[in-house]
Write a protein that binds this ligand. Structure first.
Ligand SMILES: Nc1ncnc2c1ncn2[C@@H]1O[C@H](COP(=O)(O)OP(=O)(O)OP(=O)(O)O)[C@@H](O)[C@H]1O
Ligand SMILES: [Mg+2]
Length: 267
């Protein structure tokens, strides 16, 4: 049985019920897949993650998790929001601790603080950041704080919305590696949904890539990456099969944009 099964899903926000953002989405995802989502700005990628997080309900169709309709949010599905989603009145440390205390209510605070500080270190945040309010942090620091919060509770399903968008290239590469190692080497593999606008990042991380078309959006391309391709930062521009895949992906994205540009120009 697939971990996630989405059938004929459509979605409109309640304030504009006649404007479908997502339409006719059908997909099954197995446990342990690392799925990257690409697609033009405004097509509904964040909306799709909000549905997976249980923060919105489908307007039509069904969204099932392990054979049951997905209802409401859960600590099994942790989200790194595009706007970080930190509570502004809590320090960075308190934001992370809140998630940890919800997940492990019986564990002593001291032990959880240790977990929080370790995860902050993993994402490259100095321990002095623990006591700082989000407003005193740079965008990249806030983003890493949100990532630390999400990873610290070790959820089986990770929903990440452009999580490395505000980071410099070196930090980004480090966190990509951290994420791959967490996904790969855990005894229990995680299922990851990861939104990015960066085709190379998607190829480096994912074992399955979905491209969403223009709104009302559905999945216009669904590609499982063959395991033997072994995509790394080095091979991505050297191996002809990988380059072929990269071109295929870029062509799909560009063709969709071109198709919609033509429609727009003609009326
Ligand atoms: N809370 C909301 N209420 C009403 N409309 C919304 C809401 N959030 C998003 N939208 C609309 O839904 C559409 C899809 O937005 P969404 O944020 O999912 O796109 P996206 O693919 O994540 O874009 P980007 O790549 O720029 O982050 C947009 O037209 C947006 O204006
Ligand atoms: Mg978005």
């Amino acid at each position: 049985m697939s971990e996630i099964k989405i059938t004929d899903l459509s979605f409109a926000y309640k304030d504009q019920p006649n404007r479908l953002i997502l339409k006719d989405i059908n997909i099954e995802v197995e446990h342990g897949e690392f799925v990257c989502l690409l697609g033009p700005s405004g097509c509904g990628k964040s909306t799709f993650l909000r549905l997976l997080a249980g923060l919105e309900d489908p307007t039509g169709g069904t969204l099932e998790m392990n054979g049951k309709p997905l209802k409401g949010s859960s600590l099994d599905r942790s989200v790194v929001f595009q706007d970080y989603g930190l509570f502004p009145w809590m320090t960075a440390g308190e934001n992370i601790m809140l998630a940890l205390q919800q997940k492990y209510p019986k564990k002593p605070k001291k032990e959880l603080k240790e977990v929080a500080l370790n995860m902050m270190k993993e994402v490259g945040l100095d321990k002095s950041v623990f006591k700082k309010l989000p407003k005193a942090l740079s965008g990249g620091m806030k983003q890493r704080c949100a990532i630390a919060r999400s990873l610290s509770i070790d959820p089986p399903i990770l929903l990440m919305d452009e999580p490395f968008g505000a980071l410099d290239a070196v930090t980004r590469a480090k966190l990509q590696d951290l994420l791959i190692s967490l996904w790969n080497h855990e005894e229990e593999k995680k299922t990851v949904f990861f939104v990015t606008h960066d085709v190379d990042e998607s190829m480096l991380l994912a074992n399955r890539i979905l491209v969403f078309g223009q709104s009302p959006s559905n999945i216009i391309y669904d590609k499982k990456i063959p395991e033997d391709l072994k995509i790394t930062r080095e091979t991505i521009f050297e191996n002809s099969k990988i380059l072929e895949l990269r071109n295929e992906l870029i062509n799909h994205i560009n063709r969709d944009v071109a198709d919609h540009t033509t429609i727009g120009q003609n009326g």
